[in-house]
Design a binder for this molecule. Structure first.
Ligand SMILES: C[S@@+](CC[C@H](N)C(=O)[O-])C[C@H]1O[C@@H](n2cnc3c(N)ncnc32)[C@H](O)[C@@H]1O
Length: 240
C-alpha cells in the first residue's frame, strides 16, 4: 500500500501469464538491460553510475559470506546473480518459470553446485530448507495480492536465522528502456516492449522502504532496507 494514495489498483486476470510470456521471449535480449546496451543505454554518465551502484550491491551480497552455504535463488533469469553466488562459494538451487531463462543461465553457470528447477513461483513450494534465499529483480513483479504469500515462501524456505537478500530497482525512469513509461503510483502494471516491437503488460510495483520492511516483518523476516544512490533497493536480513 502506498502511504498517501491508498491501495493500488488490482491487476487484471492474465497479467501474470503475460508477464511470464514476456520474460520467455525476452531471454535472448535480457542482458542488454543489465549491461545498459541498446534501448537501455542512457548515456555514459548514467551507465557509469549504474555499474558503480551494482558494485555496491555486490559488496552487500559478498558480505553475506555465503561460502559453503545452500542458497535458494528465486527467479534467477539468465544467471547474472547466480554467477555471483557460485563465485562466493554457495551451492545454488535456482527456480524460474521460463525455460529460455534457465537455458541461458546454464550457459553462464554450470557445475555440481548448481541445480535448476523449472517452476512457477506463484504455486511452487520448497520441500526443504535452505541457509539463504536470494531474489533479484523479482519482488517488483509480484503484485500486492500475492506479495505476502511471496514473502512467506521466502521465510518458509529458511530455518530460524536463515538469511534473505531481496534486491530490486527503485522508481527511476533511467533504469528502464528509453521506450518504456513507468506507470502511476497507483498502477501495478506497465507496458514492456521487446527489441522487435512486441508489447506485453507486466506487473511493476515499486515499494517504499517502510512498506517493504513492514511486509517482511509480517512474514517473520527481520531485514534492513537500504538503497544505493539512485537505482537499487535491498532488503537483507534473517528469518526470526
Ligand atoms: C527481472 S527478471 C530477474 C532475473 C534475475 N534475477 C536478474 O536479476 O537478472 C525476472 C525473472 O522472473 C522470472 N519469472 C517471471 N514470472 C515467473 C513466475 N511466475 N515464476 C517463476 N519465475 C518467474 C522470469 O522468467 C525472469 O527470469
Amino acid at each position: 500500500m502506498t502511504p498517501d494514495a491508498g491501495p493500488r489498483d488490482a491487476i487484471r486476470d492474465g497479467v501474470l501469464d503475460t508477464q511470464l510470456a514476456y520474460y520467455r521471449a525476452r531471454a535472448p535480449e535480457y542482458d542488454e538491460w543489465f549491461h545498459r546496451h541498446g534501448r537501455y543505454d542512457r548515456g555514459a554518465d548514467q551507465t557509469a553510475a549504474w555499474h558503480a551502484e551494482l558494485e555496491v550491491v555486490r559488496s552487500w551480497l559478498v558480505a553475506l559470506d555465503l561460502d559453503g552455504l545452500e542458497v535458494l535463488e528465486l527467479a534467477p533469469g539468465t544467471g547474472l546473480w547466480t554467477r555471483e553466488l557460485l563465485d562466493a562459494g554457495a551451492s545454488v538451487t535456482a527456480v524460474d518459470a521460463a525455460p529460455e531463462m534457465l537455458e541461458a543461465l546454464r550457459r553462464r553457470c554450470e557445475g555440481p553446485r548448481l541445480t535448476t528447477v523449472l517452476a512457477d513461483l506463484f504455486t511452487w513450494a520448497p520441500t526443504r530448507r535452505f541457509d539463504a534465499v536470494v531474489a533479484c529483480f523479482f519482488m517488483s513483479h509480484v503484485p500486492d495480492e500475492r506479495f505476502a504469500a511471496f514473502l512467506e515462501l521466502v521465510a518458509g524456505a529458511l530455518g530460524a536465522g536463515g538469511r534473505c537478500f531481496l534486491l530490486d530497482g527503485v522508481r527511476e525512469e533511467a533504469s528502464t528502456a528509453r521506450d518504456h513509461v513507468l506507470g502511476s503510483d497507483r498502477a501495478q502494471t506497465m507496458m514492456r516492449r521487446l527489441d522487435d516491437g512486441r508489447t506485453y503488460e507486466i506487473v511493476k510495483v515499486f515499494r517504499g522502504d517502510a512498506e517493504l520492511f513492514t511486509a517482511c516483518a509480517r512474514a517473520g523476516l527481520d531485514v534492513d532496507v537500504r538503497r544505493t544512490a539512485t537505482y537499487f533497493q535491498v532488503a537483507d536480513g534473517r528469518r526470526e
